[in-house]
Design a protein around this ligand. Structure first.
Ligand SMILES: Nc1ncnc2c1ncn2[C@@H]1O[C@H](COP(=O)(O)OP(=O)(O)OP(=O)(O)O)[C@@H](O)[C@H]1O
Ligand SMILES: [Mg+2]
Length: 214
């Protein structure tokens, strides 16, 4: 589903990725690991076409996304759900409204919203908190809001960047369980993390980066 072929990327004199190649199959759950600055977020941003490589190819479902036109980038992003560490929830909106925003942005018909929002809030265990505001939620609950928002557009692929970074062990384990459940429903998951404990407790494959190399 995702394939990097000899991808290199520098920012000025900083080499972020150096000749990186790996492949992730549809339905897999893969960790992207490695120390701070190793290039994990850079890889996720390349899959989103936020960054273009200096050289090499990035395939999404056999299509080289480094070659797609700017106008086709939103189409690519519709297939991807993103969960980032810093939550990025809107403080002035309720939990349900935060999830609805994702549907509005991707142009889903308004008469579908309620059904889809109910479904994902149930999935992440937040049904009872649908009408609360972000300031009324715990860190783990906030992280689940961002997961619900990623899932509601029904993406094929979930990119998670340190989704457990700010959470205590139990809460992090809860998020992991949720990601496992989502993966079992058929979604491909790529999760960047330095959380060694989580990786050790998991059966999934890791793509390990060090100084921009796999
Ligand atoms: N937009 C940018 N401009 C300049 N340098 C960048 C940019 N994005 C990334 N870099 C550099 O590329 C390298 C890799 O960064 P990246 O964010 O991919 O690391 P990471 O593995 O995600 O680290 P962390 O675990 O700390 O999140 C770093 O040295 C970083 O400073
Ligand atoms: Mg990062």
């Amino acid at each position: 589903m995702i394939k990097f072929e000899n991808v290199s990327k520098s920012f000025g004199s900083i080499v972020a990725l150096s000749n990186v190649s790996f492949e992730i199959k549809e339905g897999e759950f893969v960790f992207l690991t490695g120390p701070s600055g190793a290039g994990k977020t850079t890889i996720l941003k390349m899959i989103l076409r936020e960054y273009l490589p200096d050289s090499g190819k990035v395939y999404f479902d056999k299509e080289d996304i480094t070659q797609i036109k700017e106008k086709d980038v939103p189409l690519l992003r519709q297939k991807i759900g993103i969960v980032f560490q810093d939550f990025k929830v809107l403080p002035e909106r309720t939990v349900a409204e935060n999830v609805e925003v994702a549907l509005a942005v991707t142009g889903v018909e308004e008469n579908e919203w309620e059904k889809r929002v109910d479904h994902v809030l149930k999935l992440v265990g937040l049904s009872k908190r649908a009408n609360l505001f972000p300031s009324q939620l715990s860190g783990g609950e906030l992280q689940r809001v961002s997961l619900a928002r990623a899932l509601v557009v029904n993406p094929k692929l979930i990119l998670a960047d340190e989704p457990t970074g700010n959470l205590d062990w139990d809460t992090a384990a809860g998020i992991m369980e949720l990601l496992e459940k989502i993966n079992k429903e058929g979604k491909t998951i790529i999760m960047a993390t330095h959380h060694q404990g989580l990786i050790k407790h998991s059966k999934h494959r890791s793509v390990e980066l060090k100084e921009g190399k796999v």
